[in-house]
Write a protein that binds this ligand. Structure first.
Ligand code: PRP
Ligand code: URA
Length: 207
């Protein structure tokens, strides 16, 4: 496995336990999904290039910094929305593009039902938000759509990833960096992540 950043943090361990527990209700599920998303975005943006920006404090002149690159968030509908809410305040100026993908319950193959990106993604660093990386099909479709729009850099931020999905992304998009809070064991015969947490979207949205 390449380009995988497994973010290890005690707060993630604690919150992920709530997400995994089948007895966790919607309030705690949402709350802990938000906590993990915020930690994950901190890691995914840790090395963003910055420009020096001279400023004056009330006491003296000093050097500050500002983020250099144009960023775009792309949550994968629907579950990716859960990550957009808690992270958008970290980069409140970043435009948001959307792609809607839903896996067929029998085949686990995703079909696209919606796409709306900013006019141009040239020179943009795109941060894709999707809590679950299972077969990788949804993210392959997402990255393909972003490459068609000439996105400069693409990284993926998820919460739980399966080895199968990571392998597929590595094969298809060897330059894409993947940030995840957990790498689980495998997919079951219905292509759900094991041990996983079940259907993220259904649990987060209460459907
Ligand atoms: C889930 C999840 C990912 C996708 C991962 O979405 O949010 O987008 O499955 O599976 P994959 O790696 O095998 O493609 P789902 O299709 O259940 O739609 P939802 O977000 O509307 O719940
Ligand atoms: N999507 C989910 O929500 N959960 C899985 O385990 C796999 C795909």
């Amino acid at each position: 496995m390449k380009n995988v950043h497994l973010v290890e943090h005690s707060l993630i361990k604690h919150s992920l336990t709530y997400l995994r527990d089948k007895n966790t209700g919607i309030v705690n599920f949402r709350q802990h999904a938000a906590i993990i998303s915020q930690i994950m975005i901190m890691e995914a943006t840790r090395d963003l290039p910055v420009n020096e920006k001279p400023i004056e404090t009330p006491l003296t002149a000093t050097m500050g910094y500002s983020i250099q690159e144009s960023l775009v968030f792309v949550p994968v509908l629907r579950a990716g929305i859960s990550m957009l809410f808690p992270v958008k305040d970290f980069l409140p100026w970043a435009p948001v593009g959307f792609i809607g993908l839903e896996r067929d319950e029998l085949t686990a193959v995703a079909h696209e039902y919606y796409q709306k990106f900013p006019q141009s993604l040239k020179e943009k660093r795109v941060i894709v938000l999707d809590p679950m990386l299972a077969t990788g099909g949804s993210l392959v479709d997402t990255i393909s759509a972003l490459e068609n729009k000439f996105a400069k850099t693409i990284c993926v931020v998820c919460i739980v990833a399966a080895p199968e999905g990571i392998k597929l992304l590595n094969q298809k998009y060897p330059d894409v960096q993947i940030y995840t809070a957990a790498i689980d064991s495998h997919l079951n015969d219905r292509k759900y992540i094991v041990p996983g947490l079940g259907d993220f979207g259904d649990r987060y949205f209460g459907t």
